[in-house]
Design a protein around this ligand. Structure first.
Ligand SMILES: [Zn+2]
Length: 77
């Protein structure tokens, strides 16, 4: 069973580079986003997205805040 807000099986974030374990360069990949949207309630997803942004901001210092927002938060609304 999947824990709410956790990463989809086969599509885990590979840190600290934040690639997807399926081989896509950027996590969450389109498939991971789709699975998360279908399996996670809005509030849990929003909470998770906030955590991802903070963690990724530390681990990906070259990625701009706008890019971080689009990548981890923008698609969850
Ligand atoms: Zn993936």
């Amino acid at each position: 069973m999947m824990i709410r807000g956790s990463t989809p099986p086969g599509h885990a974030a590979v840190r600290p580079q934040w690639s997807c374990s399926c081989g896509q360069r950027c996590w969450p990949c389109p498939t991971a986003r789709t699975i998360l949207l279908l399996t996670t309630d809005r509030l849990s997803l929003a909470r998770s997205a906030t955590t991802w942004v903070y963690d990724a901001a530390r681990e990906l210092p070259d990625v701009t805040p706008a890019e971080l927002f689009d990548r981890f938060v923008g698609w969850t609304r």
